[in-house]
Design a protein around this ligand. Structure first.
Ligand SMILES: CC/C=C\CC(=O)SCCNC(=O)CCNC(=O)[C@H](O)C(C)(C)COP(=O)(O)OP(=O)(O)OC[C@H]1O[C@@H](n2cnc3c(N)ncnc32)[C@H](O)[C@@H]1OP(=O)(O)O
Length: 733
């Protein structure tokens, strides 16, 4: 028996067990990480050498490949993808294992992902621990499984199931893997011991039927129709991402070509993806999503020095759409929840709605119901003994202030008071309380129980403990929490403002909502800016603009287009004055078949309205090309992102990018707005902004931010080096 041990990324070691009785382990190789690094090369070399030796030595009858520290293999080290590959290549190694004349068994504990699963698929048998997860997540990194995964998996589990796993990158449990036929056995006991036992039980048996590469690929009878349908669906949901489409092409090759030719095709397709900008973007995003948990604030508070306080019981104040979603999230994560709504009728409605949401979700996930965790009350006093409160009432500063004053008097000392405000000043709320250091923002995104993003907003007085507690709370309820500073709109909504503003200006200059939306959707947003506005309700922004004094009594007059010396578009206000609030009224930038309708249709009324508006203001419509639409909307948003970095509101570009991908539909395969700027070239973004600002000097949002100028003047350093430039001003304070 030869036992080769393959740990995931931390330390790679390879052991030889001469025979299972004498248990002599010999270390063959140790490495820092995975397939691509020189250390990985040592691992591959170790496997190759060990396999040769195991096959040569007559006393070795079978081989078990297992991981170290309870993890089989998480696949390639993504950080090493740029490096030159050395050592034995992966694919021949996999073929060598499959061709072995002695049984090779994979003992899968922890994870078998990507190249790790492909290695397991080259083994003759796979035994998994019941808690193991398996998958081919390459597509989420802009790649395809390039070590035979696209050719072997369909041969093993059939084309439809393989297509689903490969194009989504979904991880499956050991139980599902068994059901699908990916593994041969699942055990609750020690998987390595089980694999050793299994290997001994199959010693000497024929392996002819165990080499997946030799299997014929099952061919669906209606092959063309199946692939046409899948391709259509994948193209629709990929929104411009190339990897899922390429994955389908690779699986198609498995069905239509002999194995060796299919492998060649897989390699060709893999190479095109490997060097693509989308793969770079997705791999950047993979690390960005992990980097945001290592938060820091300009005052020096940090994730590794700030200790969160335990939270067992939390209150949600205000049970509108957001409060309901937040209550559901908390209850599902096992928190005791006190849900407060002051009006009896609304409380009852909310209770029914929350119960319905919990029931539907429990059914969908096959999980137990979390009803028992929620107590409903009409009184704020019910929050007296909670550890943390999330206020989620209307976006009205006076109302929120009154609630914070009351909560400060009612809640036990030390209770964290959080607001779900999407834009209002956290410091102003904190100033209403006796302990401003306990106040932070927890900005959820609608629907709050579904959306993965949480902006945790620290004010100048928020304690590191309060930030750490809110960040940890977010993690516990399954959100990706991003710590951001306090300013109007924080990061996400602040950047949205110049984006929306440009969209309005483009309409004034001759574009239509359909044209602007089409350009943005082709870029990869699920919905263009006007469709999103219709969905969220045009009255929301109108209310804010009114509160800001931007909406003048006569929005049709000439002066309405200038506010505070800068260009302003009253188009949104004019629509609201007509009662056009979007989907909810059946009319907005588009028309819908009924109030609440969802399918946006072009509205001739709106086009006439735009023409009349332009005529009234002496604006001559011009032809606006796609490039201008995209650049003006996106570069204005990106420019605000640089300003946010300069102001220290976000600690790094990763924070902004994660917020935009998870909260605002920015296409993941484009990495996020700041990554996109890096890809386009900071000098090019600067140049275009300068040009647009020259043409529109009354639009401050188009004036390039000095951080962007500084980065461009400094030779456009790559995005991972921006922090060095950003952090300098803070360190000099
Ligand atoms: C021919 C082609 C051959 C092979 C192609 C491939 O194999 S591509 C890679 C396929 N594998 C993956 O995509 C796995 C990605 N990782 C994960 O899904 C999770 O990290 C995992 C393994 C399930 C562990 O999750 P957990 O929540 O326990 O930890 P976390 O995600 O926070 O990760 C811990 C740190 O490890 C870093 N890391 C994880 N995976 C990789 C990787 N593949 N390469 C490099 N680094 C990886 C992760 O970034 C964390 O470190 P940090 O410093 O915090 O960023």
């Amino acid at each position: 028996m030869c036992r080769a041990s393959l740990p995931f990324s931390a330390t790679w070691k390879l052991y030889l067990e001469r025979n299972s009785r004498c248990n002599v382990f010999r270390r063959i190789g140790t490495a820092g990480s995975t397939w691509w690094s020189p250390q990985c090369a040592a691992v591959r070399q170790g496997i190759v050498d060990m396999m040769h030796r195991a096959l040569r030595e007559p006393e070795v009858k079978s081989v078990v490949i297992c991981g170290q520290d309870g993890k089989f293999c998480g696949g390639a080290d993504i950080r090493e993808f740029g490096a030159k590959m050395s050592g034995p290549p992966l694919v021949p190694m996999i073929h060598m294992i499959e061709a072995a004349a002695k049984p090779v068994v994979a003992a899968i504990e922890g994870v078998a992902l990507g190249g790790g699963l492909e290695l397991a698929l080259s083994c003759h048998y796979r035994i998994a621990h019941s808690k193991a997860r398996l998958g081919l997540p390459e597509v989420t990194l802009g790649l395809l499984p390039g070590a035979g995964g696209t050719q072997r998996l369909p041969r093993l589990i059939g084309v439809p199931a393989a297509l689903e796993l490969i194009t989504t990158g979904r991880h499956v449990t050991a139980a599902e893997a068994l059901q699908l036929g990916i593994v041969d056995e699942v055990t609750d006991q020690n998987a390595v011991d089980a694999a050793v036992k299994f290997a001994q039980s199959v010693e000497g048996k024929s392996l002819d039927a165990r080499r997946i590469g030799t299997f014929p690929c099952p061919r669906p009878p209606d092959l063309d129709a199946v692939f046409e349908k899948v391709m259509k669906e994948v193209r629709r949901s990929a929104r411009g991402a190339i990897a899922p489409v390429t994955c389908v092409q690779a699986v198609h090759a498995a069905v239509t070509l002999p194995y060796a030719k299919g492998m060649e095709r897989e390699r060709e397709l893999f190479s095109t993806l490997f060097t693509s900008g989308q793969a770079r973007a997705l791999q950047y995003y993979f690390f960005a999503q992990r980097a945001v948990s290592r938060w820091s604030t300009p005052s020096g508070a940090r994730w590794d020095t700030s200790k969160p306080r335990p939270v067992r019981k939390a209150a949600v104040i205000g049970l509108g759409t957001m409060g309901r979603g937040i209550s559901v999230s908390l209850a599902q994560a096992g928190f005791s929840v006190v849900a407060v709504e002051t009006q009896e009728k609304q409380l009852l409605e909310a209770k029914q709605a929350v119960s319905g949401m919990l029931e539907r979700d429990a059914k969908r996930r096959g999980a137990p119901l979390a009803h028992g965790n929620i107590k409903y009350s009409c009184s704020l006093k019910a929050a007296a003994d909670v550890d943390l409160v999330i206020e989620a009432v209307f976006e009205d500063m006076a109302l929120k202030k009154a609630i914070f004053r009351q909560l400060s008097a009612i809640c036990k000392p030390g209770t964290f008071l959080c607001s779900n405000t999407s834009a209002l000043d956290i410091d102003e709320l904190a100033s209403q309380t006796q302990s401003p250091e306990l106040v932070v923002g927890m900005h959820f995104f609608a629907p709050a129980h579904v959306m993965k993003l949480l902006e945790v907003v620290y004010g100048p007085r928020s304690s590191p403990e309060a930030v750490a507690t809110a960040m940890q709370m977010g993690k516990k309820i399954g959100k990706v929490s991003v710590a951001v500073g306090n300013c109007r709109g924080f990061v996400g909504n602040r950047m949205l403002k110049p984006y929306l503003e440009q969209a309005f200006f483009l309409l004034e200059e001759g574009a239509t909502p359909e044209q602007v939306d089409q350009v943005l959707e082709e870029f990869g947003f699920p919905m263009g800016v006007f469709k999103v506005s219709d969905l969220s309700g045009l009255d929301v922004g109108w209310k804010v603009r009114k509160a800001d004094g931007l909406v003048v009594p006569d929005s049709t007059g000439k002066s309405a287009r200038i506010q505070g010396g800068r260009r302003y578009s009253p188009l949104g206000d004019l629509l609201c004055e007509q009662g056009r609030f979007g989907q909810k009224t059946g009319r907005g930038w588009y028309q819908y078949d009924k109030p609440g309708g969802r399918v946006a249709k072009s509205d001739p009324w709106l086009h006439r309205f735009l023409e009349e508006y332009r005529a009234r203001h002496g604006l001559v419509a011009r032809r606006i090309d796609q490039q201008e639409v995209l650049e003006r909307c996106l570069y204005a948003l990106i420019n605000e992102g640089f300003q946010i970095l300069q102001d220290g509101i976000a600690a790094g570009p990763e924070d902004i990018d994660v917020i935009y991908v998870l909260g605002y539909g920015w296409p993941r395969h484009r990495g996020g707005p700041m990554f996109f700027a890096d890809m386009v070239g900071l000098d090019k973004v600067l140049d275009r902004l300068e040009r647009y600002h020259q043409l529109h000097p009354d639009v401050p949002g188009l004036k390039p931010c000095s951080l962007l100028r500084k980065l461009a003047a400094g030779g456009c350093p790559p995005i991972h080096r921006w922090r060095e430039v950003i952090q300098k001003p803070h360190s000099q304070l």
